[in-house]
Design a protein around this ligand. Sequence first.
Ligand SMILES: [Zn+2]
Length: 484
Amino acid sequence: MPPIMTDNPAILPDHYSNGHVPVFTPTIDQFADFNKFVKAINSYGMESGIVKVIPPKEWVDALPQITAEKISSVKIRNPIVQNINGAKGVYVAENIEKKRTFSLPEWKKLSQMSNHQPPYPRGAKRRQSIVKNEAAAQKVDQTEFDYNINTDDFTPERCEFLENNYWKTLSYAQPMYGADCLGSIFDDSIDCWNVARLPNLLDYLDASIPGVNDAYLYAGLWKASFAWHLEDQDLYSINYLHFGAPKQWYSIPQTQAQEFYSLMVESFPENHKQCSEFLRHKTFMASPSFLESKGIQVNKVTHHQHEFIITFPFGYHAGFNYDYNLAESVNFALEEWLDMGLKSKKCECIADSVGIDVVKLINDIKKSGDNEEVNNYQLPEDKMAAKFNERHSLSPLSKEPLIQKQDDEYVGVKKTEVFKPLKIRLRFYGDGISQKKTKRKYTTTITTTTNNNNNDVDDDDDDNNNGTIESAKKPKINDGFLAV
Ligand SMILES: [Zn+2]
């Protein structure tokens, strides 16, 4: 058998959603070790920005029932009301905290109010009863509470109908989102893929950071949206949908991350002027059709209950919820993230925006001696010395340079350090069939291109809106996510 030329035995996608998002259906053996699994699929996620993982049936079947106690522990504190303004595919979400705490039964009742219900095509019969107002939503019998809804309704056809409706009517409603609620409803007995207890490098952080190395719950309703963003410190993230309606996800392939950022700068010039990390405010939205019209590929995947979505460093993502649901999410780090984590920038205009001292983290892990890969990790100054030595000891057989530069154009107003994904083609062998596999390396480059664009981003516009939102309200703090 030919040698397998990867660090981990390959796990191949079962299929691709919409042609671009890898969907994995691991066996229970492949699923058993979370870190090993993500490493084995890393090159796929680094390419697409996000992947979907459908856990093995044995794992789902073995999950203990969600107890009434767990359900009553869910407190949806200060959910946000999202005022979404804009037109022609470019929007700003103004997220205003509602000073009220909802229990899950109350939240479910809320989903039955007419303004929170997804529409049905003309002539189709509504499945849900209507609750008249919020006061009525708070009168719920909590003793016989069925936390889930009938999710059979969310067929690919219905999701497509609702997705179109979402982008057409985005600014007509005020969706509510119970985002960033500290907590977990995973049973403590679950050791495998328990989002609240994923063994990873962030375990070596001194303090817990809510939502980063401490899980958050997200209670969704129809149209509740998450704007385009990268994770704090460009970490990985994992999102498990415990129950309810699906979530729609979008991602940008890493190869177009800079192009995407430049387009967003063009679309929101004032906000970019105030903060070069403005997308970390998580308030800027752009529709797939707008992005596609500007040459950006948008990857799409629908996330159903009992499935995981993993987002990868430097993979911009966004999305919305189709109806009432509950998801749990946390950030995590692999050794593959260290280079990117070191380069990541944080937003400086939000007082408590999350930043991790990655050098300290690396040194702390080295001190622990637990992790061989991190022990051997060279910090940038060591790396530069090593690179110099490497250059003087290249094998005479290597005709091509291992890293090839790409001439991606980055548009920015000041000198900026950017990542450029670079491809190396490796030969990969499995089951006697040879396949091309892509592995990524990162390098740093300094760009000095200036942006002379006049912000005219919408040619076919016949009203006064040219697709550019001139300004958005200055963000206020809400645990660093979705807040304005
Ligand atoms: Zn900022």
